[in-house]
Design a protein around this ligand. Sequence first.
Ligand code: MN
Length: 292
Amino acid sequence: MKIAVFDGDRLGLVEGEEVVDITGTLDLRPGRGGPLLAFLDAGGTSADLAALDTTALPRRPLAGVRLEAPLRRPGKVVGAPVNYVDHQLEMDEQRTIAEYGVFLKAPSSVSGPGEAVRLPYTDRRTDHEGELGIVIGSFAADVGVAEALDHVLGYVPVLDITVRSTEDRSTRKSFRTFTPLGPWVTTAEEVGDADALELRCSVNGTLRQHASTADLIYSVAELVSYASHVMDLEPGDVIATGTPAGVGPLADGDELTLEIERLGRLTVPVTAAGAVPYARRPVPAGLTRTEG
Ligand code: MN
């Protein structure tokens, strides 16, 4: 199944070129997390969705709806630094995720398909990082690798937008609109082996990143297991699995597209509206605004 959120907190299942609106069959109070998070928080599972009789439910052409982030405010967004060897080499990194562990992005950085990535600085590079996103379906703490996938609801393309500056990683990756998510969550049983998905990330039609999740240093199961030994993983949490080589700068007016085999295509525009010089970022008066 493909689980989508659309047209102002409607929850739907994508079937071919249509979306079946299942909102009316569920008693959901979406809150700030949106309807899918509310469904998961209430104990909903993909088996519950699969059991729905959708024959009489309203259908809309996919092309006629406005898709939103399937999880507008996940409880947390976990990131995986340096989880592909080719990206380690391009960044001249001595270490990998094995030494760094995972990091967190602010849930408020999540945005949806078609929502513009807003560049914060006029004079600092802001990069795209196209990544496989894991969506947690059930509570997981200290789970082993063999059990890890039992806690995965599904997968979603995720862009881990990142400023290259001296600011802390959680700052550089948490600006508003820095975690585009979509177009929908494809459930684990439909995806099959998530460690063998082709990933393509392009800017203005030019391919910048092209990889297979087979090259992840920590596989999907290893990453879920590892993260669950650090923090409780809760339904609706998103884990961005790390980016392959080919990251590059974004500029005003760009169109950024991430496509992952079997998961669909996520496209967002890029704008520099509101960007300020790095030296003009708000810092306390009297402090030196060091270059970074
Ligand atoms: Mn990343």
